[in-house]
Design a binder for this molecule. Structure first.
Ligand code: GLC
Length: 817
């Protein structure tokens, strides 16, 4: 297994791996929305149900050696005692051929040893909360082959933190046993003080065909001082039929397979849950039996597999582009929206590097929804309702929540959390055109549940957020930073709560513009006028204080000194206030341009823009370092990926196609990995990471905190709505691309308010920005004030239509979002 690591196959939306030993686990999430798992290119991974904090089903050891273990394992034992795995790990028995591949919602492995080819697909059944090990075995030889096949998962005591601290007690409060009538294993964890007893599930493990032996005892399965690589029971060719009444649990089943010459047989294994096992075991047990019976029905696995891929095709099919740049096209059509679904589900919580403890970040989830809203506005609206229910009636919001776990949310008030709500509302309403959503009543959050609930409309929630911001302005008229803005670390400059955030002021401007538009459309001119008044006031405040001479300040500290200034010793220039000045339209155009030009000059690294420059000195040189981060690492001068799409949006708004596309393409994970080299970059070539170590650190180029990052949603938005320029707005569908001047054109197929729209953009004029004409099914679209927006009436009642867009020089500034 030497040589090339991976290749994309865009037709199948797939990435194929030719070797298992990547620098770290390159994972794929498989899920039906309630049952979740991730699986790596080498078969490592684990499953959880609803919450990775309290309902972990199987184990996975972050930071452990051997790396990326355990996982969803199949062991194939031949008559001569040779044992191998289609995932290659954990046995590592040499194979004649091996590949694995990730596709949206399914990971598959194809392994050949001698005449036998094993194909294993791992996915979650859409209709049953079960991970399916979908195995097929083919015999390419001329003789019948008898095999013993074992499927395995190491089970977990559900509650992650409790297990780490107290497993030596709690292991006496679980059991695994075989149920003959069901021909499967049941695992019940019943520790005292179990969270969410009302839904706490049992776990079942069953095979599609009759099992010959079983094991529920991990230590018996592997044997003394052994591990998953060489389990003693597999070596013996038979499991010990061990039930477990206390100890380290596992689920292992054994099936005998007789494989005629030239034949293929299918065997599946199901690791599932049935809820409510503590409150009503009999019902939960019965439901597990029913689920297993249904999954065992001939054709059921194939049908679930298809339903799973249909869900993804429907989601991904909402937007499809054809571009002259194949890396960008692949990223936009498949891998960004796939990752946006994952961050929509898991926020910053769980990956092969994140432990699953964090729950859902308020602003994180709010901003994740902007990339969901244009494909699945119903999902985004449900999440927004939830977020609004965690906003206090004075307008501020909580910071972090544990939606399933029933723990109280973390309340630490930041200046920005509530100001992301208008972004989500705007994304939903501009996509659907359904203004009645703004009238929907949602109750505010009450710390004391006995307090009478206070309800307000969605729009009033947003306005209430502005009231909170207005009540918390600092000496310069900018939002007080409080416990931080989007950037946690900024709180470092305000211990006595006098510090102010320029970035938050700029974000406030965008929020006000969006809300003004929504209020106007919803027939609330007074509210719209109030937003405009606040907007003008905020812009004036920013303009009066925040320009340093060549770029925008980042913040003010408790003493009113600017953060991010030529006069600063460290962190002289920060990226976010340069990009958000443009996004917020807050400042004269020359300054907006100059700020971005200097961001490029001081912060660009060829794999992304750093968050600030230069990095703050750190221990042990200085006693008051920037929160302990090494030079160029994490929050201190790393390439903080999420800040990059904002720079792309800014450059696109300014009409700098070349720079915007440079910033976009250089950070496409595949491109960045190729640029840095796989051993330096390390992370998945299809999913953004939270940050990449910056050049001031010898480990420059290491991409880390894989998968769970707001970069996913913002890159999705930046590319589809600002680079390709297909941007739903309240007034209709704006088509306002910003592209490299050497592109002849491109095309997009997009669903808009139920109409499938085929858009082709002609750039014979070879401009970077500017639209001179649009037709819809031949009918010319008049532009109001020169802005290229197609009013919804052009699509009304049409199942499909064709939009032709001509780019060319215009003298209209379409800077404002
Ligand atoms: C992390 C946090 C996010 C924060 C960002 C920048 O990604 O999850 O809330 O905005 O860091 O500090």
């Amino acid at each position: 297994m030497k040589g090339k690591y991976y290749a994309f196959n865009d037709k199948d939306r797939a990435i194929t791996f030719y070797r298992h030993d990547m620098p770290c686990a390159w994972i794929n999430y498989i899920s039906n929305g309630t049952m979740h798992a991730f699986v790596s290119q080498a078969g490592g991974g684990f499953a959880w149900w609803q919450s990775p904090t309290i309902f972990r089903l199987s184990r996975y050891r972050v930071n452990n050696l051997p790396l990326d273990t355990p996982g969803f394992y199949i062991y194939i034992r031949e008559k001569d005692g040779t044992v191998w795995s289609p995932t290659f790990r954990p046995c590592e028995t040499p194979l004649d051929a091996w590949t694995s591949r990730h596709q949206p919602g399914v990971t598959s492995f194809v392994a050949t040893k001698g005449p036998i080819t094993a194909t294993l697909r791992l996915f979650v059944a859409p209709d049953y909360d079960a991970v399916v090990y979908d195995l097929s075995l083919s015999n390419g030889g001329k003789k019948k082959i008898d095999l013993d096949v074992f499927a395995y998962a190491e089970l977990q005591m559900h509650e992650m933190v409790r297990e780490v601290c107290y497993s030596y007690y709690n292991r006496h409060q679980l059991k695994v046993w075989y149920e003959k009538e069901m021909d499967g294993l049941i695992y019940l964890y019943h520790a005292d003080g179990l969270p969410r007893r009302d839904i706490a599930p049992l776990v079942y493990f069953g095979a599609s065909h009759k099992s010959s032996s079983y094991c529920g005892n991990r230590d018996a399965f592997v044997g003394n001082y052994r591990d998953e690589r060489n389990p003693v029971q597999v070596q013996k060719g038979r499991l010990g039929n061990n039930d477990l009444f206390g100890g380290e649990p596992c689920a292992a089943l054994h099936c005998k397979v007789s494989l005629p010459a030239s034949a293929t047989v299918e065997r599946s294994f199901f690791l599932g849950v049935s809820q409510g096992a503590i409150v009503d075991f009999a019902t939960a047990r019965n439901n597990a039996g029913l689920a297993l019976a249904a999954l065992r029905t001939p054709g059921a696995v194939a049908q679930q597999r298809k339903k799973n891929s249909d869900w993804w095709e429907n989601h991904l099919g909402k937007f499809d582009c054809r571009l002259p740049d194949v890396n960008a096209q692949r990223q936009i059509n498949t891998w960004s929206p796939v990752q946006s679904v994952q961050t929509g589900r898991y926020s910053r919580s769980i990956s092969s590097q994140a432990t699953g403890r964090r729950g859902l970040g308020y602003r994180d989830t709010a901003t994740d929804m902007i990339a969901i809203a244009y494909r699945d506005p119903v999902w985004a609206a449900n999440v927004l309702r939830y977020l609004l229910s965690l906003q206090f009636d004075d307008g501020k919001a909580i910071h972090q929540a544990w939606p399933v776990d029933n723990e109280p949310p973390e309340v630490s008030i930041r200046c920005d959390d509530h100001l992301w709500l208008p972004f989500v509302a705007y994304a939903i309403v501009s996509e659907t055109g359904d203004l009645s959503f703004l009238e929907e009543q949602v109750a505010y959050y009450r710390e004391d549940p006995k307090k009478e609930p206070v309800k307000a409309s969605v729009l009033d929630h947003l306005l209430q957020g502005f009231r909170f911001t207005e009540a918390n302005l600092g000496a310069h008229g900018l939002p007080l930073t409080l416990r931080g803005d989007w950037n946690d670390i900024i709180a470092r400059f305000t211990y006595v709560k006098k510090g102010e955030s320029v970035f938050c002021g700029q974000q406030y401007c965008v929020a006000l513009r969006y809300t003004e538009d929504m209020a106007q459309a919803a027939g609330k001119p007074q509210a719209a006028a109030w937003c405009r008044e606040l907007l003008n006031k905020q812009i004036a405040a920013i303009e009066a204080c925040a320009w340093d001479g060549e770029w925008w300040h980042r913040a003010y500290d408790d003493d009113g000194k600017p953060v991010g200034s030529k006069s600063s010793q460290w962190g002289k220039i920060w990226l976010n206030p340069q990009s958000w000045a443009v996004f917020g339209g807050a400042g004269p155009i020359e300054r907006l341009r100059e700020g971005m030009a200097n961001a490029g000059k001081y912060l660009d690294t060829e794999v992304g823009l750093k968050k600030l420059h230069p990095s703050f000195a750190t221990y042990p040189e200085v006693s008051d370092p920037f929160s302990g981060y090494n030079l160029g690492a994490g929050e201190n001068g790393a390439i903080f990926c999420q800040a990059n799409p904002w720079a792309i949006i800014a450059e696109a708004l300014l009409g700098n196609g070349k720079r915007a596309w440079k910033y976009y393409t250089q950070m496409i994970p595949h491109v960045a990995l190729q640029h840095m080299g796989i051993d330096r970059y390390r992370a998945e070539p299809y999913a953004y990471t939270s940050n990449i170590i910056g050049p001031e650190n010898p480990q420059f180029g290491w991409a880390n905190v894989n998968q769970v990052t707001g970069t996913a949603a913002w890159m999705d938005l930046a590319s589809t709505q600002f680079l390709l320029g297909i941007r739903p707005q309240i007034a209709g569908l704006r088509v306002d691309p910003c592209i490299p001047a050497d592109w002849k054109g491109f095309s997009i197929n997009r669903v808009y308010r139920g109409t499938r729209v085929e858009i082709s953009v002609d750039n014979k004029a070879r401009v970077e920005k500017g639209v001179t004409a649009i037709t819809v099914d031949g009918a010319p679209v008049p532009f109001e004030k020169g802005v290229p927006i197609i009013p919804p009436s052009f699509f009304a009642g049409k199942g499909a239509c064709t939009v032709k867009v001509t780019m060319g020089k215009t003298d209209i500034s379409t800077l404002i979002v």
